[in-house]
Design a protein around this ligand. Structure first.
Ligand code: ADP
Length: 289
């Protein structure tokens, strides 16, 4: 990122703003990031080659806004500006200072997320497409969850994995045999506004000791998707699930359905990080068949 050009760009939107310095932040999977110090305070900036992931930051901006609108109880960074400077796309947002968890951290986090999940819609999907990690995610709207999940989540990833020679046609036959389980096993619920990529790396503790969620793949989906992802790589604390269930009870057996939902992020991992994730996908398929 050329910070001189960024300053000029920012001055068109925020009068008198001056960049005083910047510090790189590492830990993201996809983009470059920094804390930008200015005379107006600190901001969080992410950037990438604009050609690589078209409209990624516009979609993230809208996702953050949508979640902020519907979950006042949960800390979500306020997106401020996205744009492009000489082939580099960027997203500027509120900077979240790190802190230590306060006493009711998991309780508040659970209540905040469950209240966002209570935001409903008449369809699964969204008005615009977005990304899951760095892969495009179609949010074409469906009335039925299993049709949505199979057509807009599993099938595009299966096709991509096949085209990249990461899985073969016999794997595909087995995965598709699982499709009936989404209709039979997943409880019918109204669509919920979900974060969409709520693995343990996508929340942080702010300086008030509260959870802050970021880097969403937001859409109206099945709320068990968020809970499943929170248990995919590491897990939230047991109290979180207890308090979540208290404020928005889950249908019995949700723990056993976790892997049905996590098939999607695991297929994403196959496509992003290669064949080492195929065995995780196939062992889920084997178990459910
Ligand atoms: P990527 O899109 O590359 O996955 P992330 O959005 O996950 O990047 O951000 C990278 C890292 O930056 C996160 O792991 C987190 O530690 C930190 N981070 C993300 N958003 C903010 C923010 N608004 N304020 C401060 N730090 C943030």
């Amino acid at each position: 990122m050329n910070f001189e050009l960024l300053q000029k760009h920012l001055q068109q939107h925020f009068t008198g703003i001056k960049i005083l310095g910047q510090e790189r932040i590492f830990g993201g999977d996809i983009n470059m990031a920094a804390c930008v110090h200015t005379n107006e305070g600190d901001f969080f900036l992410k950037w990438n080659d604009a050609r690589r992931h078209p409209n990624m930051f516009e979609a993230e901006f809208k996702g953050l806004e949508l979640m902020r609108t519907h979950s006042p109880a949960l800390r979500i960074p306020k997106p401020l500006l996205c744009g492009e400077i000489k082939g580099t796309s960027f997203l500027l947002m509120e900077f979240i200072e790190n802190g230590h968890p306060k006493r009711d951290f998991w309780k508040n986090f659970a209540k905040g997320l469950s209240s966002m999940h209570k935001t409903s819609s008449s369809f699964f999907g969204l008005y615009h497409n977005n990304y899951m990690g760095s892969l495009p995610q179609s949010n074409k709207r469906h009335i039925d969850f299993s049709n949505f999940f199979i057509s807009e989540r599993l099938e595009p990833q299966i096709k991509l994995a096949y085209d990249r020679n990461l899985i073969n046609s016999s794997d595909i036959t087995k995965i598709t045999q699982l499709y009936g389980r989404y209709n039979a096993d997943v409880p019918r619920e109204t669509p919920s506004l979900i974060h969409g990529d709520l693995w343990t790396g996508n929340y942080m503790i702010d300086n008030q000791g509260n959870a802050c969620i970021y880097d969403p793949a937001a859409h109206f989906g099945h709320r068990e998707s968020d809970l499943a992802m929170s248990r995919l790589f590491g897990t939230f604390a047991p109290e979180f699930y207890h308090y979540y269930n208290e404020s928005f009870p889950l249908e019995p057996g949700w723990q056993e359905r976790t892997d049905l939902f996590n098939l999607y992020p695991l297929l994403i991992h196959v496509n992003l990080f290669g064949s080492s994730y195929v065995s995780s996908v196939m062992s889920i398929v084997k178990r459910f068949l």
